[in-house]
Write a protein of this length. Structure first.
Length: 299
């Protein structure tokens, strides 16, 4: 049985991770023809097709996905070795890819990390809860930031802070000046719900079911940004974790009487990625900011 070379697997993994031959070539600092040649040699030697060429990108075939599941750790190991060898723990260079469910909690940390480590290249992706979890598990990102992050043996997670689930009420609405509202009071008003894998909606649904309420929402919207904008336009009342966005225009955040729980926001990663220097530095910075926040409120 002919074994693939390290160069062939390296080229294959980079194309699989980036979804593009050109981006893989740029990441490995080689020419695109060199990447193409390595992948083609791997395919021809084993009489398989590993990628479907789609436009300017490349999508894994079924056999390609299987191969990537078994070899992608090699790419992570190489990335970690590069960080150790070239940055010498100073983080003058490096990269950190983060996936998050909401911009609010993530961006304050990103701003602080950028100020401390300007040489580290940052990439940021946003999505719903399941999208972020999948991105971490599939090694498409180094670190995730989520409300109610998953608990598992292969996952390391650390609570950053706690937040409340609040009603988003348009300015000028009769309920907008209230300090607190009950869910039963909201039933007579147009409501805006999240669709898909939204932790906000899941938590809200649980409380509604427990309260015996069965609202008929006016709209189901895909993102919290769409919810906020619809509220800002006066279309209806939405719901959001209060730290999910720093926006404060044309919308009032009002406490919900039946929801007294606080919901932790976590940073989390695969345990195998916990020792990566950029991840380690990010978590340390998050701890420092959490400690400063706690001291501020204690004072």
């Amino acid at each position: 049985m002919k074994r693939p070379t390290a160069s062939q697997i390296r080229a294959f993994n980079e194309v699989a991770a980036t979804g593009s031959f050109s981006r893989a070539a740029k990441a490995l600092a080689v020419s695109q023809p060199a990447i193409t040649a390595q992948v083609r040699a791997l395919e021809e030697a084993h009489d398989v097709r590993l990628f479907d060429r789609v436009g300017t990108g490349a999508e894994l075939t079924a056999i390609g996905e299987r191969l990537y599941r078994h070899t992608r750790q090699m790419r992570d190991t190489e990335k970690e070795a590069a960080v150790i060898l070239h940055s010498a723990r100073t983080l003058t260079i490096g990269e950190l890819v983060i996936a998050a469910g909401a911009p609010g909690p993530a961006m304050s940390l990103i701003a602080a990390f950028r100020a401390h480590y300007p040489g580290v290249r940052l990439a940021m992706h946003f999505g719903n809860w399941q999208h972020v979890v999948n991105a971490v598990r599939d090694r498409k990102c180094d670190l995730g930031i989520l409300t109610e992050a998953p608990q598992a043996d292969d996952i390391f997670r650390e609570a950053l802070f706690e937040q409340s689930l609040v009603a988003l009420i348009p300015e000028g609405h009769p309920l907008s000046r209230r300090q607190e509202v009950s869910l039963s009071e909201l039933m007579d008003h147009p409501l805006l719900f999240r669709s898909g894998q939204s932790q906000t909606q899941k938590r809200l649904n649980g409380v509604l079911t427990k309260s015996g309420l069965r609202p008929q929402p006016l709209l189901w919207l895909e993102s919290r940004e769409a919810i906020y904008e619809a509220c800002a336009q006066g279309i209806g009342i939405g719901f959001m974790f209060d730290a999910a966005s720093t926006r404060a225009d044309r919308v009032c955040r009002v406490k919900i009487r039946e929801i007294t729980d606080f919901f932790p926001e976590y940073a989390f990663c695969l345990r195998s990625n916990q020792s990566l220097r950029p991840v380690e530095a990010f978590l340390n910075l998050a701890r420092d900011m959490q400690s400063q926040r706690a001291n501020h409120f204690a004072g």
